[in-house]
Design a protein. Structure first.
Length: 181
């Protein structure tokens, strides 16, 4: 089934960065491949469902992006890099390097209408896990700040125990997320 998207956003995923094509004019075209960088990218996307994000499979660097995009209700297709490279050759855009740019990935999406990762019961679980993970990370940061401010040994020890518990929860949630993804 082909979905009629208004816009195709190409994302060239690397370990440290996300190069993006297809956002509104004046938007940044590069984001750090970190939670903060991905959050900034998500904030600049059109309303959920209006666009299809297209990213190449990169051996895992795209995993957090896919999870967060889906959790936010957006559609994303993860495509085979070889198909994108073949598409680039076919339209006469053979890149100087092995890496294909985000603009070509967006054009590939527009031309081929790849299947997006649909929203399912599994993705609802994933969304919940990611929201909880974010809450725990925020809570851990607050606890670390409290630990730094504490003068009392008893308070510091209490806060450290709390941080250990949060770390254990984070490990369990990370394992659950990996299983779902």
């Amino acid at each position: 089934m082909s979905h009629g998207y208004d816009k195709y956003v190409g994302i060239d995923v690397a370990k440290e960065s996300l190069d993006v094509s297809g956002l509104t004019a004046g938007s940044p075209s590069q984001f750090e491949n970190t939670a903060a960088g991905r959050a900034k990218l998500l904030s600049l996307l059109p309303p959920a469902g209006a666009c299809l994000l297209v990213a190449e499979a990169t051996g895992g660097y795209e995993r957090d992006l896919v999870a967060e995009v889906v959790a936010a209700g957006h559609h994303i297709a993860v495509v085979n890099p070889r198909q994108v490279r073949d598409f680039a050759k076919a339209i006469g855009l053979l890149a100087k390097t092995d890496r294909i740019d985000a603009g070509v990935i967006a054009r590939f999406g527009e031309a081929t209408h790849p299947t997006s990762q649909g929203f399912s019961e599994q993705q609802e679980q994933l969304r919940e896990l990611i929201v909880r993970r974010r809450q725990l990370v925020d809570h851990r940061t607050a606890e670390k700040n409290r630990c730094e401010q504490a003068h009392s040994t008893l308070v510091r020890n209490s806060v450290r125990k709390s941080i250990e518990g949060i770390d254990k929860d984070l490990k369990r949630i990370d394992r659950a997320i990996i299983q779902l993804v």
